[in-house]
Design a protein around this ligand. Sequence first.
Ligand code: ADP
Length: 161
Amino acid sequence: MIGVYPGSFDPFTSGHLDILKRAARTFDCVYAAVLENNSKSVFFSVEERKEFIRRATAEAGVKNVVVDSFPGLLVDYARMIGATHIVRGLRAVTDFEYELKMDAMNSRLAPELDTVYYMAEPEHAFLSSSIVREVGAFGGSIEGLVAEANHKTIAERLLKR
Ligand code: ADP
């Protein structure tokens, strides 16, 4: 079974890493796939975001992850790489509503592709990329919110914006 974990990952947080690690235990291989043309405006480049995922997974010793990015529709990308499942994380009720909409559309576009959801660990339940960007931009500590391997690079980049 092949999973695809899509996201903006702007930047990749400890919450994202937790979901990816758990998915890597379920699937033979998981593609961590950065969205290239997102409706959201992003801070970090696609290359930077991919590098954060590579470093975080290397540090965590997760082997069966492929780091990639894709333009266009997730279902097209998922079919191209032969994914059997989409992987998503759920934090709160607000995530649930959004995920429900995405799932309805994805199953319409690709009925053969199921989505599996992992519940956020309580310690990550209120962690988001946008919180990391906001705190970091004002020089607050983001230690523990992102992988140790990326902590310094992300903190410095956010301060220099
Ligand atoms: P998107 O722009 O697709 O929502 P994100 O990078 O914000 O991308 O999130 C990717 C996925 O990771 C989503 O399923 C989101 O719910 C999940 N996620 C984000 N933050 C956390 C967290 N702290 N704990 C668990 N899952 C999370």
